[in-house]
Design a protein around this ligand. Sequence first.
Ligand code: DON
Length: 301
Amino acid sequence: MPQLLADITAAVAPLVGQGRVADYIPSLGRVPAARFGMAVAMADGPVYGTGDWQQAFSIQSISKVFSLALVMSHDYDSIWKRVSREPSGTPFNSLVQLEADRGIPRNPFINAGALVVTDRLLTLTGDAASSVAGLLRTEAGNPSLGIDATVAASEAEHGHRNSSMAHLLASYGNLENPVEKVLEHYFNQCALEMSCEDLALASRFLARNGVGSNGTVFLTPAQSKRVNAVMLTCGTYDAAGEFAYRVGLPGKSGVGGGIIAIVPGKCSIAVWSPALGPNGNSVAGVAALDEFTTRTGWSVF
Ligand code: DON
C-alpha cells in the first residue's frame, strides 16, 4: 500500500493545482491550490497515507453522508418521504429543480436534500451539527476535530442561495424547524475541519457493513448498502456518471476539495486537493481515485 500511494501521488502530481479553488464561500478561497493528500483505512487494519494526509481542511458536503447515516440510524426509512434518491443531473445548489419537484429534493446530497436531512436530525437530536461532530470524533478517534467558525460565518454571510432554498422548502411544508436554525446547523456541519486520515477512519463503517470503530452496529448492513448506493448515484452531483465511469466506487465530494470513497468489505479512502473541476469535484482527487481503482482492481464493478 505505501508504494501504491507513492505511485499514485507521482501520477497525479501534474494535475495538482489544476482547476479552481471554491471562492463562493470567501474563506475557502484562501486555501492554497497546490496541496494533495490521500489516506486509505483498511476495513480491519491500519491507515496508510501520503502527502498532506494529516492536514485538516473543510469537509463541506462530505458531511452530508454522516448526517444522512445518523438520521437513518435513528429513524430507519422515514426520511425518504421527504427526499427522493435519484441523481439530480443539475448543480448541487439548483433552486429551479426544487421548485419543479415541488419541494421534495431530488436526493439527500444536493444542498436542498441535505437541508431536509439536517432539519430531521435537528428534530431527532436537538443539535444536528454537534451530533455529526460527535459521530466523526468517535469514528475518527480524534476528540479534537471541530468546526472552523470562520468558514461557518463566511458561509452564513454569503449564504443567500442556501437561505432561498431553505425558505422554498419551508414554503412547501418540508421543514420541521425554523429556517434560521436549520441553516445554522447546516453551515456548521459543512464547516467541520478534518484531515484525510480522520475522514478515511470516520467513513470506515461504510466499508464494514455499518459496524463502527468500537465494534458496535451503527447502521444495519442494509442501511450501509443504501447509503453507499446513494453515494454512488448522487455523491458527486451532475458528475456522478463520470465519477462512476472513472472510479467505480460510492463517493462523496465537498467543495473544500475532499472526496471520500468506499470499497465495501475492503477499505475507505479519503483524498484532498483543493482545486475543483466545473462540477465542484477535486480534479486531482478524482484522478487519484481513478488511479487507485484502476491499479488495484478494487471497484464495485
Ligand atoms: O452549501 C454549500 O454550498 C456548501 N456548504 C457545501 C457545498 C458542497 O460542498 C458541494 N460539493 N461539492
